[in-house]
Design a protein around this ligand. Structure first.
Ligand code: R5P
Length: 354
């Protein structure tokens, strides 16, 4: 893959910045693009007010601000908004909010009286703060794109994840998912040339607990690969595992784009019969969450390539489709680049990308 940015006049160079949500991913994206992260200070005062200072001249620059809205969620959101405001007031030419994980995705409709649509509220706040466009990965529901009146490029990790399982050469795979992820899971299953089974799920009240109702499709004697957009408490995942165990599958794997991994998900995964759980680095995996069964694939080349194309006015379309050569090249790049990277400080980030 080519280095990017070297040799261009400074004003035409892409400028990347990161908040505190996932600096390891931001650094890897910068390495993919052959550049370095811009300099900025982002910290909290004693009164919990966030302060931001951009330390470079960004006048007329094409700024990409990388900040997933992951834990600590409210702080990550505020950092994102305040940084966008700082870039706007510093006369950046264009500001792209790169939000690899979009929080509050489950709050996307008014499905009971007197509840908010928080995913819409966050979209409004990002636009009002001054973002010109958004780049994201696997929204909880694609319709969230429509909450924005600015352009949104939604990438998907489906090709990255499916390619990983293609390389495993499972002989009798079946892809298993719930209704909410069925469309993307169908694409995943087609890439693997495997059948798809759907599990009907019902969330109980406003709790994190989900109840499984029916499995539609043939899974007996097969290796199940459960696919979802995110793993939060792993409650849904373990319910699916239990349902599949009773239906005679031979092995169970799982994968999801976003490893939110709130307590007690990692413990649940460790103690489960799952052979392997594959996630991406849209959200950092802290050392405390490390488990042998967890495999992390990096979306850095995917996001980096999208940034390169957006900046250069090229089509991003190829990244939404199944250009397997491109995916394999990206995985190879990440494999060569990936080193274990441990951030300084407590609860540091452990990035184990392949
Ligand atoms: C829900 O609709 C999503 O697709 C995931 O299944 C859900 O968010 C996972 O949450 P948890 O791991 O807490 O069950």
């Amino acid at each position: 893959m080519n280095a990017f940015g070297a040799g261009e006049p400074a004003t035409e160079r892409v400028t990347l910045y990161s908040g505190n949500a996932n600096p390891a991913l931001a650094r890897m994206i910068a390495r993919y693009l052959g550049t370095e992260l811009g300099r900025c200070e982002v910290f909290e005062f004693a009164n919990e007010n966030i302060f931001v200072k951009i330390l470079d001249n960004v006048r007329e620059r094409d700024v990409f601000l990388i900040q997933p809205t992951c834990s600590p969620v409210q702080k990550s959101i505020m950092e994102l908004l305040i940084m966008i405001d700082a870039f706007k007031r510093a006369s950046a030419g264009r500001i792209t909010a790169v939000v690899p994980y979009y929080a509050y995705g489950r709050s996307d409709k008014k499905d009971q009286p007197r509840v908010p649509i928080t995913a819409r509220l966050i979209a409004d706040m990002i636009s009002v703060a001054g973002a010109d466009r958004v780049l994201t990965v696997d929204l909880h529901q694609g319709q969230i794109q429509g909450f924005f009146n600015i352009p949104v490029d939604e990438l998907t990790a489906v090709h990255l994840l499916s390619n990983y399982f293609i390389q495993k050469r499972l002989t009798e795979a079946v892809v298993v998912t719930d209704l909410g992820f069925a469309k993307r899971a169908r694409a995943f299953a087609e890439l693997l040339d495997a059948p798809l089974a759907i599990i009907e799920k019902r969330r109980i009240g406003n709790s994190d607990h989900a109840e499984l109702l029916n499995v539609i499709g043939e899974v007996r004697g097969r290796q199940a690969i459960i696919v979802d957009d995110e793993i939060v408490t792993a409650g849904t995942l373990l319910e699916m595992v239990r349902a599949l165990e009773g239906m005679g599958v031979t092995e169970i794997y799982a994968c999801a784009t976003h490893g939110v991994l709130s307590d007690p998900s990692v413990e649940r995964i460790r103690e489960s019969p799952l052979v392997e759980v594959v996630i991406t680095d849209t959200i950092p995996l802290t050392a405390a969450k490390h488990a042998d069964k967890l495999k992390v694939l990096s979306v850095a080349p995917l996001i980096g390539e999208a940034i390169r194309r957006i900046h250069g006015g090229e089509s991003v379309g190829a990244l939404f489709t199944s250009e397997m050569n491109l995916v394999q090249e990206m995985m190879l790049w990440a494999e060569e680049e990936a080193a274990e990277e441990v951030d300084e400080g407590e609860g540091g980030t452990l990035l184990r990308a392949v």
